[in-house]
Design a protein around this ligand. Sequence first.
Ligand code: BGC
Length: 904
Amino acid sequence: MTPPSLTPAGLRCAHQVDPLGVAPDRVRLSWRLKGTGTGRAQRAYQVLVTPEEPDASAAWDSGRVETAVTAGIACAGTPLTAAGRYSWKVRVWDETGTASGWSEPARFEVELDRTSGWHASWIGPSRVRESVTPPSGAGPVDPVARGLTPAPYLRRAFTVGQPVTSARLYVTALGLYEARLNGRRVGDGFLTPGWTDYTRRVAYQTYDVTGLLNQGDNVLGAIVAHGWYAGFYGFDPKRAGAHYGTAPELLAQLVLRLADGSEQRIVTDGQWESSTGAILHADLLMGERHDLALEPSGWDLPGFDTRDWRLVQVRERDATALVADPGPPIRVTEEIAPRSIATDDHDRHIVDFGQNLTGWLRIKVDGAPGTRVRIRHGEVLAADGSLYTDNLRTARQTDEFTISGGIEVLEPRFTLHGFRYAEITGYPGDIGQAEITARVVHSDTPAAGSFESSLPWLDQLFRNIDWGQRGNFISVPTDCPQRDERLGWLGDAQVFACTACYNRDVAAFFAKWLDDVTDAQLPSGAFTDVAPRLTLTGAGAPAWGDAGVIVPWTVWKMYGDTAVLDRHFGAMTRWMDFLERANPDYLRARELGNSYNDWLAPGDDDTPHELLATAYWAHDAALMAEIADATGRPGDAAGYRALRSKIRSAFTDAFVAADGQVTSGTQTAYVLGLHMNLVPEDLRAAAGERLVAAIRAADWHLTTGFAGVGYLLPVLSTTGHTAAAYRLLEQGTMPSWRYMVEAGATTIWERWDGWTAERGFQSPWMNSFNHYSLGSVGEWLYRFLLGIDQEPGTAGFGQLLLRPHPGGSPDWARGSYRSVRGTISVGWKRDRGRFTYWAELPPNVTATVCIPSSHAAEVRNTVGNPPASLATFPGAQDAQEAVFQVGSGAHEFSGPSISNPGCP
Ligand code: BGC
């Protein structure tokens, strides 16, 4: 019986669902295939893109294209029109040549023309009321308070004479905005428009507001706040205004299509009026203060009396690019109820949410007018049970509300706090009655991965890694979400990028941030330490600047997206030229910037700086060769291969001894030498042994910092030392992942010793409890422990390599990854000497499945067939693996287990 035809579903444009604003050069179409049965595949596709104008002919009919490719498809027809609305659909032919029906249509809208499409001007309040935040207690005026000013409210009334057939609001701010239309909030995004280098590019959002308009009187309004543009930010939190500008401004363009076919435009201009309201200040680091009695209720509705309002100040737009936001919106993605509330003698309530997270609180109160409720946020508690905030440095993370009386809901919206605990003071009445919720806020990147095993602590580690990602993927990938820093550190992003892609769909998120990385690039060609480039303006350190190559490469590998490579190829080339100019002898010893080396390696970081730097440079060159090949640049690919071999020789001469020793003998030195393939082939085994010896000498503890940790377990597995990998994974004493989990962590700590029973907290100057870098071990859980990987040299999960690495104590593990080709689910168990692996694969993939076994020839698949071939199992030097070739569908393999490599 022939199976039913494949069905294309899950259509995406630029990695987003029906985006309302997309730059024409970012239009890349993709779909997933649904279908039952085994060995299902797409033989060909046809895409049809049509403008949503009556009687329009197709903008692009791809015709039948013979390929299995389902992602990254550029629209090759007539040029897309600015602000044009398109619908598109796809049909496919399967492996038997049977055609599917057309998919459900999907949509996208092209961004406004960057020069002629905008008719709005920047507006801001005519006069910002001076700070009304009194200093806390008597004494000198608080310098922070001087930088905190009320959030401007802006409004414009207008009349619509006919029914509205459709309406779009294009809006952004220098700062943050919340747009309002006729008393309703527009959209569900927060902290819009997000963070970019506002001197180079400003992102805007597009909303379908058709349903919010009235025929007759209307009011478009917005509240704006300082945000990244004019607020306190970074580890040198300047007075508001020192980074980009001094006061927030709004830019908005509302375009209405009316019943008679005409268009009406409302733009920000001199006709808008401004005032202030309840928000006395709103700052990302410091928090918010509201006096609810000051809210001009009804200000965003028609008929409101604006006698006290003033006309706004207008500033013409300059040449700074206005781009449709390519990233996912920041949203409230979850709400968490308190796990417990404790009250001390001073009526301070400590609320524990049981999870370190990023966001804020929503609480309900019912109290007398003038009651002041204060909420402070912290990640941990001090020994006496009070809120510990020393590690926040100057970030106050404090919200205050003066209530106006009666039942009210208190919630900030222009700030962000990293916390597990909140301290509430001034709460009127019985706190037990309060409806208290933690609102989890981050870039809305849908979950893509899952993991479960027989070890509860390991499952907790997995959750901690994901929570660390959620708390830090906020418009840009930040190091931490709580203290006065929160920067887009390239090194952190680079070591975590692969894990991040497995955990969540971050394709659009990284697409956005990689523009920030290129925007931050220096004229010399150097990538920087942070992007957007805020306080650190020199060349990026080794393993930090290299993110400019590693992250695009990772995004391509994971999503098969070559567009990102083409887009940044020039920037990557400039970086490579910069390194080569500075280091003509191919040892990277100059232009090391702040050379953080193997940042936060426990003990002494003895890895020589030039060793680490040169290894990363060689890695860049290898990745550049792959990137050039993938984008059809064979000449460049050859050039980068030649460069790599020069760097490799220089590395080997300088750092690798004839017996396989790598200079300094640190774990990181071996890990980099092996991972970057810089140790000569005939010395790999010896170097691998030496790495294990170094780990044994540290009593089975790791000594790697940020730059080495992500490759540590993968290198152990690929050199035949999976047993050692499990020993590190399962190590319970510091420094280790398990130590953090068992110390109660619910995210990944910045430091292996963030807290110890002997010493308490690490130095408050650098002790974040929510830093994802050390969570880069997630990659090993997916690729090695579960075995969800792809064939070397391929990208986009069309050709899978399913090669589980069982070991250590887990009896079973299972997990999944929702790839661009669909969801790959796998699992394994070890039971009475047998190892069983099962895999459920989406249509249109092929997989090489490698089952490790003590007697590989005896392994059988579901229908009792023997392996197609046998191979040596790289994860354990004395085991073999049974190799099967399969396609889509459900498969199971079973055979004699490898002897448990628990103790090397
Ligand atoms: C940040 C890091 C960053 C590092 C650079 C720290 O302050 O928190 O995560 O990578 O500086 O060494």
